[in-house]
Design a protein around this ligand. Structure first.
Ligand SMILES: NC(=O)C1=CN([C@@H]2O[C@H](COP(=O)(O)OP(=O)(O)OC[C@H]3O[C@@H](n4cnc5c(N)ncnc54)[C@H](OP(=O)(O)O)[C@@H]3O)[C@@H](O)[C@H]2O)C=CC1
Ligand SMILES: N[C@@H](CC(=O)OP(=O)(O)O)C(=O)O
Length: 361
């Protein structure tokens, strides 16, 4: 695979830092451009960032100069692949500018997830939706486009649901989340609000989970997404955990589903196994049969943070079955998901040329 220059927009934030950690030694991508707010432009990355990860900030990246955050102002040769980790209101304004400038914008934000011609993708679940981006390329003329990954709670949920949807069909679903504080970005939730506490509200989260799951599990029909026809209700809560979103799920299926067949559906769910993608975990849904798992402290890094761990499958007296799942919100739920989307686009030869040899500085 030819190595490509990439940029990171929102590089100083919680998700931006994960991008740096995941991409610094990535054999297909080279970090060549960084930008965030006007507060950061002109500083070195090391000066602009409050590095919060438990691996060292790479020295090469620390010395890079943060660029202005619009394509027209960029001082160095703009890469044509941009990983974006911006707040939604900022993404609404900036992401289209980069797409119109001919960039593939691989976005984390919710700004365009539900836009009809923007793919909302988890590759194991709905890589078949990626051709939607062709409609955007026609409009923008420059060959740029936006591809999005879902809300971090929706990602873990659809990984566990997809094998069940395919084998048994989903009729209705109840999900209650316990979401880590890193999901709120930095500095996020005040320590006085969250320590020793649970906050039963995350703005817009329940709405996003409810609508995104239907698009993710929908089917392409005549060039558009036909949403999943099911009922879903979500309760979203913030808990005093640093990383890792836990979700308790009760589900009603359309066909009888014996326990062994559900476990088999998860175990056999390896849709990307022949694609040789660097960030794809061998086992996207890992079932842990211990009675008290999954737990954020113990199961967070399954599949290098890219697997969803499921446990506690048991009958539900209201619906059919219930289980618990855990997903790393800033890796599988954010930066890792976007990197995997880019790897799939690279394999499909849908990424613009962004050759390393053209780098100016
Ligand atoms: N945290 C998580 O688990 C997940 C987050 N997401 C989504 O990813 C996006 C980023 O989240 P997160 O990293 O947590 O947020 P943070 O608040 O930690 O980081 C925000 C980033 O955006 C930059 N920024 C702020 N204002 C502007 C601006 N006007 N122009 C350009 N850049 C700006 C900041 O730069 P500066 O340092 O200069 O202020 C910073 O780099 C959000 O849309 C979020 O909803 C998605 C999935 C999971
Ligand atoms: N809102 C999520 C993080 C996230 O995924 O947000 P968004 O859907 O805006 O990208 C959380 O607080 O944990």
């Amino acid at each position: 695979m030819e190595r490509r220059r990439i940029g990171i927009l929102g590089a100083t934030g919680t998700v931006g830092q994960r991008f740096i950690q995941l991409l610094e030694n990535h054999p297909w991508f080279e970090i060549a451009w960084l930008a965030a707010s006007d507060r950061s432009a002109g500083k070195t990355y090391g000066e602009a960032v409050k590095w919060k990860l438990d691996t060292p900030l790479p020295a090469r990246v620390a010395s890079m100069v943060m660029q202005p955050n619009t394509p027209a102002q960029s001082g160095v040769d703009l890469p044509r692949i941009i990983f974006a980790a911006l707040d939604t209101d900022v993404a609404l304004e900036l992401e289209p500018l980069f797409a119109e400038a001919g960039c593939a914008v691989i976005s984390n934000s919710s700004a365009f997830r539900m836009t009809a011609d923007v793919p909302l993708v988890v590759p194991e679940v709905n890589a078949a939706h990626l051709p939607l981006l062709e409609g955007q390329k026609t409009r923008a003329n420059g060959g740029g486009y936006i591809v999005t990954n879902p809300n971090c709670s929706a990602i873990g949920l659809v990984l566990a649901l997809k094998p069940l949807a395919d084998r048994f069909g989903i009729e209705s679903l109840f999900v209650s989340t316990m979401q880590a504080i890193s999901g709120a970005g930095y500095p996020g939730v005040a320590s006085l609000d969250i320590l020793g506490n649970v906050v039963p509200f995350i703005k817009n989260e329940e709405e996003k989970m409810q609508e995104e799951v239907f698009k993710l599990l929908g089917h392409m029909n005549d060039g558009a997404i036909e949403m999943l026809d099911a009922k879903l209700t979500a309760h979203c809560n913030r808990v005093a955990v640093i990383d890792g979103h836990t979700e308790c799920v009760s589900i009603k299926l359309r066909k009888p589903a014996p326990r062994e067949e559900i476990l088999q559906a998860w175990a056999e769910f390896r849709p990307l196994q022949d694609e040789h993608l660097l960030s794809a975990p061998d086992q996207p849904v890992y079932y842990n049969d211990a009675p008290d798992r999954p737990q954020p402290r113990l199961d967070l890094m399954a599949g290098n943070g890219m697997s969803t761990t499921v446990g506690r499958l048991r009958p539900c007296s209201l619906l059919d079955w219930k289980f618990t799942l855990l997903t790393h919100n800033t890796i599988r739920g954010a930066a890792g998901a976007a990197v995997l989307n880019a790897e799939v686009l690279a394999r499909m030869q849908k990424l613009p040329n962004s050759p390393v040899s053209e780098a100016k500085a």
